[in-house]
Design a protein around this ligand. Structure first.
Ligand SMILES: C[S@@+](CC[C@H](N)C(=O)[O-])C[C@H]1O[C@@H](n2cnc3c(N)ncnc32)[C@H](O)[C@@H]1O
Length: 254
């Protein structure tokens, strides 16, 4: 099977989720995430795990914001930079190849740090350290905003989920531990929203759309890549239905 970070699977996910996206919901989720921002202008934003860049482009286009997207995957950053070079927001967005666990930023330089399907990629034992680093970069009152998959303790119902996490190089927390961790690093007024109904609706739309456009998609990616991407979609829906995983937004501030 091809690797999650190869260029073809990235392009394949974009065909399903929308250009610039490597996670469910495409622009619809961008609107939800941006809606959590308390400040709407003169923003300095960090997008952790910016992937092919869709969310950073969205923020820069819809808000008065400068956005830095960091990602550990060279293929992701290269694709985002290619798009940026011929975009209308080249002055407002920057993509850099960096690991959030080691990258340096000045203290108190961001109004908000977004984690769109990216905190799950940090091993559990290192999540606290990475959030403590982020706390230094946030301005006082600056926001932490994430969208993540959380696991429940019910692994029985999530058959195949561990294999999926291995494929993603990811480790999930349950909702309660996630919230506790945010509190522990000093984040305040933690808002938690499990949004599994929207997730199920959106993935059903994305699957139907992929089915309609199957022949076009197969001009871009191999049948194997198409099928394995689709399979993980079906699996995630199955795990959500079995309540083995949950699709969750977390919002808090420093
Ligand atoms: C599921 S993708 C989501 C991409 C994008 N946020 C989106 O929603 O389309 C997760 C991204 O996090 C990136 N990532 C994983 N570990 C990282 C790390 N330690 N530092 C920076 N980025 C990381 C991956 O390379 C990947 O692009």
């Amino acid at each position: 099977m091809s690797d999650y970070y190869d260029r073809n699977p990235i392009l394949c996910r974009e065909v399903f989720y929308g250009e610039g996206y490597s996670s469910v919901g495409g622009e619809e989720v961008s609107k939800i995430l941006a809606g959590f921002l308390r400040k709407k202008s003169d923003l300095s934003i960090l997008d952790v795990g910016s992937g092919p860049g869709g969310f950073a482009f969205f923020i820069a286009r819809t808000l008065e914001a400068n956005v830095i997207g960091i990602d550990i995957s060279e293929n992701m950053v290269t694709l985002a930079q290619e798009r940026l070079a011929c975009s209308d927001v080249a002055q407002k967005v920057k993509f850099q190849l960096s690991n959030v666990e080691t990258v340096e930023f000045p203290a108190e330089c961001f109004d908000a740090v977004f984690w769109r399907s990216s905190l799950l990629h940090i091993p559990i034992r290192r999540k606290e350290g990475v959030l403590r680093r982020m706390m230094k970069w946030l301005k006082p009152g600056g926001q932490f905003i994430s969208m993540d998959l959380c696991s429940t303790n019910d692994v029985e119902d999530g058959q195949g989920f561990q294999q999926y996490l291995d494929y993603l190089h990811a480790e999930c927390l349950d909702v309660e531990s996630y919230e506790k961790l945010l509190k522990k690093v000093g984040l305040k007024e933690i808002f938690v929203k499990e949004d599994n109904n929207a997730y199920m609706r959106k993935t059903a739309e994305e699957i139907a759309d992929a089915d309609r456009r199957r022949s076009d998609i197969l001009k871009l990616v191999s049948e194997e890549t198409y099928q394995s991407t689709l399979q993980y979609w079906f699996d995630k829906r199955k795990w959500i239905e079995a309540r083995a995983i949950s699709h969750v937004y977390f919002v808090a501030h420093k």
